[in-house]
Ligand binder design. Structure first.
Ligand code: DAS
Length: 422
């Protein structure tokens, strides 16, 4: 049997004998070296040509997680945990360095027994993707799974990768029409099997919010500070991942969190401008995925607009500079291409500043884009929210009217300057 990554082996070479675990060789690195993790924890590289003999002492087997049987308690609320993948669901296999298991929601309860003190957990694994791989069809699948369980529980938690969590939280805000209870999305910046993981506190706070928060809507529940003080509950259309790795990477933009959630079960309301839990009927909207986002930058090639038209996108979200500008008065002006596009498909304008709101008239260039081209200015809507909202809008009778209607708090009526970069 040919030794493989993870096997415990004894290697005899001209320089002596070595015992340890074979580590995987990333494709990029040369394959004529065997890397061994010694008992001491150190790794050594042995040239294959020096190896006289290698015997397998213990073959590696991918550990199988024992799913924990969940026992419901009559006096507790019921929360569904739908797992979709991401770091929160991944376990690094220190023997091989690879990710070897994708936790299901039952596993979360097994690793975090506090969850069973907060609510009866109904678990389901919806998919198993790192969120950079999520697609619009995955958002539809998640929304369908929420709809399947929503009438049997007091709230839903979705565990998800962090990279595109804010795309998903916005998309579900538009796909789930008249959502009548909380859908709380959470994740982790550090995998759940590492001591310093933020996963446990995020899970506990997310299940608490799904069980007890009096709101109805899609929210993100992630660390509010670098330490384990509390989690923020932030509107799904006004939240964004703003740091690659900090535990408090998720911030409210042009908004403030609804509430702080503590691991002792306390929910401290910050503001109440959200729909309350109700007995209304939640339904599903459809989406048209062929929408493109175009980030505006100096000296860009306006050909990108023509490319998208050729690729038959049905809508464009322009992530413009500041108040909503694009290159207008230079040899590479985007106006002609956008004029052509706007004749066929909706062209929406957001700002890459994220904070503040775009404006169609302040400058002559803006008037050219809003009035001559006919682009639609989306106030303080985040680009990622506009992206999924336009997909849903394209399935409505009047896409432009839908985009300008405040569906899930994606357009704030008043300035929230006091929370700039909080
Ligand atoms: N790749 C990242 C993702 O799935 C890992 C994480 O942060 O969850 O979004």
């Amino acid at each position: 049997m040919k030794p493989k990554a993870g096997d415990k082996v004894k290697i005899t070479t001209s320089d002596g004998e070595f015992e340890g675990i074979i580590l995987p060789r990333p494709e990029l690195l040369s394959q004529d070296i065997t890397v061994l993790k010694l008992k001491t924890g150190y790794n050594i590289g042995i040239e294959n040509k020096k190896i006289k003999k290698m015997i397998v002492l213990e073959e590696y087997k991918t550990p199988v997680l024992k799913a924990k049987k969940l026992k419901p308690k009559a006096d507790l609320p019921t929360v569904a945990i739908l797992s979709t993948g991401g770091t929160i669901s991944s376990r690094i296999d220190y023997r091989t360095g690879g990710v070897y298991a994708d936790y299901s929601a039952e596993d979360f309860v097994a690793m975090c027994p506090e969850l069973e003190e907060i609510a009866n957990i109904k678990a389901a694994k919806v998919m198993s993707v790192m969120s950079e791989d999520a697609m619009a069809s995955d958002w539809v699948k998640m929304a369908e799974e929420v709809l399947k369980v929503i009438n049997e529980v007091d709230g839903v938690v979705i565990t998800h990768g962090t990279d595109t969590m804010h795309f998903t939280s916005a998309a579900l805000s538009f796909l789930l029409k008249d959502l009548n209870k909380p859908v709380v999305i959470t994740g982790a910046q550090r995998s759940i099997d590492r001591g310093s993981s933020d996963a446990f506190m995020n899970l506990i706070c997310a299940v608490t919010a799904a069980a007890k928060w009096d709101g109805a809507g899609v929210v993100v529940c992630m660390h509010g500070t670098m330490s384990d003080e509390f989690c923020n509950l932030t509107r799904g259309t006004k939240v964004r991942k703003m740091h690659t790795s900090r535990r408090d990477a998720f911030r409210a933009i042009n908004d403030e969190p609804f509430a702080k959630v503590f691991t002792d079960g306390k929910i401290e309301v910050i503001k109440e401008d959200y729909a309350k839990r109700n007995s209304g009927k939640t339904s599903l909207r459809e989406l048209e995925p062929r929408v493109a986002m175009v980030y505006i930058y100096p000296d860009m090639d306006p050909g990108i607009i023509d490319y998208h038209l050729k690729e038959k996108v049905h809508g464009l979200v322009i992530v413009a500079t500041a108040l909503g500008h694009v290159p207008t008065n230079n040899p590479k002006s985007l106006i002609p291409a956008l004029q052509k596009a706007a004749k066929k498909i909706p062209v929406m304008i957001c700002s890459q500043t994220l904070y503040g709101r775009v404006h169609p008239y302040v400058y002559a260039n803006l008037r050219k884009l809003s009035m001559e081209v006919g682009a639609t200015y989306l106030s303080d809507m985040l680009p990622e929210a506009a992206y999924s909202k336009l997909m849903v809008a394209l399935k409505q009778k009047d896409a432009k009217e839908f985009m300008l209607t405040n569906i899930a708090g994606e357009i704030s009526s008043r300035e929230v300057d006091d929370c700039f970069l909080i």
